[in-house]
Design a protein around this ligand. Structure first.
Ligand SMILES: *[C@@H]1O[C@H](CO)[C@@H](O)[C@H](O)[C@H]1NC(C)=O
Ligand SMILES: *[C@@H]1O[C@H](CO)[C@@H](O)[C@H](O)[C@H]1NC(C)=O
Ligand SMILES: *[C@@H]1O[C@H](CO)[C@@H](O)[C@H](O)[C@H]1NC(C)=O
Ligand SMILES: *[C@@H]1O[C@H](CO)[C@@H](O)[C@H](O)[C@H]1NC(C)=O
Length: 403
């Protein structure tokens, strides 16, 4: 069975990952000398402190207020990075690290908050590392040693290595003094045979391992982007050249039809929000319930109580870890509806059931999966149907129909 779905759960807080970006803005406009002459660890603390004004409060309510009109300025500069899509399983884009630049493909993952890439010092037994681009700190004039180890626990094992600080560039935006992980060992087969080298976490600093300041915070703090906002368009059936787009520093309204629906972040860590109700053919499947918008998870992850329920409702049969639906029924099944922020978001059966062609016949597999979370993880299957805006400044997530 097709089993290369990506689902990287950071165990410490339980969640997952994955993604690529295109640019209109080529020149950083403001100075970015913030961390230059300060010892790097001190710099991190300073920046963390400065960031409190827009990050750090937790909202536990949905006040029902529509914030969409609070953003009069739709002409803000932003940077687009084109993404590659690998068989709808993950999305990735190119970054560079160091001086001169060393290039890496990373998944832009809203379900975690650290950047890591393989290290040239990785173990010879680390198959994933040997298959991928490796960072060589000795070859970078801007590298600064941190002398601290890092470990990120995923469901399948841990990524281990050292922290390092260097210049990290995303489509021309050069973040100075960015701390990240140089991985010297990666777990089992989780990262083998994938087209990305590492992960660039875009969640809140609260879930960053070692409380490292995430790259996006520095991007904003160093004045490289105008607004602490980013957005994803994940093309379904995309290609490695045209797999979607990550917009940094604003919202690309060219990609959106109509208004965005906003929901407040209920707990900063993941991009978590409250879902009022999830229904299928008039039956309530779940809700009220929490959900996270996670570009780094391929499928839709469902809490225990709703997992069997939804799969049985759609007529799926459990065989060796997968829920199979008779392909002949798929087209006639109803949509599943997610109600949040006062709007219904529908997924048709052709989206929530994936069809794999296996030689002479197709198999149709439910995307409703279970990994032990109490919240829903709306991964690429869901996010691919909408434009998703992630707004640190106003502590909210926005969803809009694709243009
Ligand atoms: C790392 O870079 C240094 C300096 O350019 C070079 O001497 C060394 O061979 C490189 N290491 C590896 C393993 O490529
Ligand atoms: C990092 O881990 C290695 C191997 O476990 C250990 O020898 C080293 O002392 C650690 N370094 C730091 C700074 O903790
Ligand atoms: C993706 O491909 C599948 C199978 O060929 C098709 O049913 C679906 O409509 C396509 N989706 C998009 C967004 O093009
Ligand atoms: C949807 O609900 C209607 C009305 O209860 C029922 O007749 C129909 O069989 C249901 N459809 C499916 C696919 O379960």
């Amino acid at each position: 069975m097709f089993k290369c779905l990506i689902l990287l759960v950071v165990l410490a807080v339980v969640s997952a990952e994955i993604h690529r970006i295109k640019i209109h803005k080529t020149q950083p406009k403001k100075s970015h000398h913030v961390a230059r002459h300060i010892a790097k660890k001190v710099a991190i603390h300073v920046l963390k402190h400065e960031l409190r004004h827009w990050v750090g409060e937790t909202f536990n309510y949905d006040d029902g207020y529509d914030y969409s009109n609070d953003y009069p300025n739709q002409d803000t500069d932003y940077t687009n990075e084109e993404l590659g899509n690998s068989m709808n399983m993950y999305y990735y884009g190119e970054i560079s690290i160091g001086t001169p630049p060393q290039y890496f493909n990373v998944v832009f993952d809203t379900g975690s908050a650290n950047l890591w890439i393989p290290s040239v010092q990785c173990l010879s037994t680390d198959v994933a590392c040997q298959q991928h681009n490796q960072y060589n700190s000795s070859a970078s004039s801007t590298f600064v040693a941190v002398n601290e180890n890092f470990t990120i626990e995923y469901g399948t094992g841990s990524v281990k290595g050292y922290l390092a600080t260097d210049t990290v560039t995303i489509n021309g935006l050069a973040i100075t003094g960015q701390t990240f992980g140089e991985a010297i060992s990666q777990p089992g087969s989780s990262f083998t045979d994938v087209e990305f080298d590492g992960i660039l976490g875009m969640g809140f600093q609260q879930i960053a391992i070692d409380y490292v300041v995430p790259p996006f915070y520095n991007l904003y703090e160093q004045g490289l982007i105008d607004q602490p906002v980013f957005g994803f368009y994940l093309a379904r059936n995309g290609t490695s050249d045209e797999g979607g787009q990550l917009t940094l520093g604003g919202t690309d309204y060219n990609l959106i039809d109509g208004d965005l629906t906003y929901v407040p972040v209920t707990k900063q860590g993941y991009w978590q929000f409250a879902v009022n109700q999830i229904t299928w053919n008039g039956t309530v499947v779940s809700g009220p319930v929490q959900a996270i918008a996670d570009t780094g998870t391929s499928l839709i992850v469902v809490p225990a109580d709703a997992y069997t329920k939804i799969n049985e409702l759609i007529g799926a049969i459990y065989i060796q870890g997968e829920w199979y639906v008779p392909c002949s029924t798929v087209d006639s099944l109803p949509v599943i509806t997610f109600n949040f922020g006062g709007t219904n978001f529908d997924l048709p059966p052709s989206v929530y059931i994936q069809t794999y062609n296996e030689g002479e016949y197709d198999s149709c597999v439910s995307t409703f999966s279970y990994i032990g979370t109490e919240f829903w993880i709306l991964g690429d299957v869901f996010l691919g149907q909408f434009y998703t805006e992630f707004d640190f400044g106003q502590n909210r997530v926005g969803f809009g129909n694709l243009a």
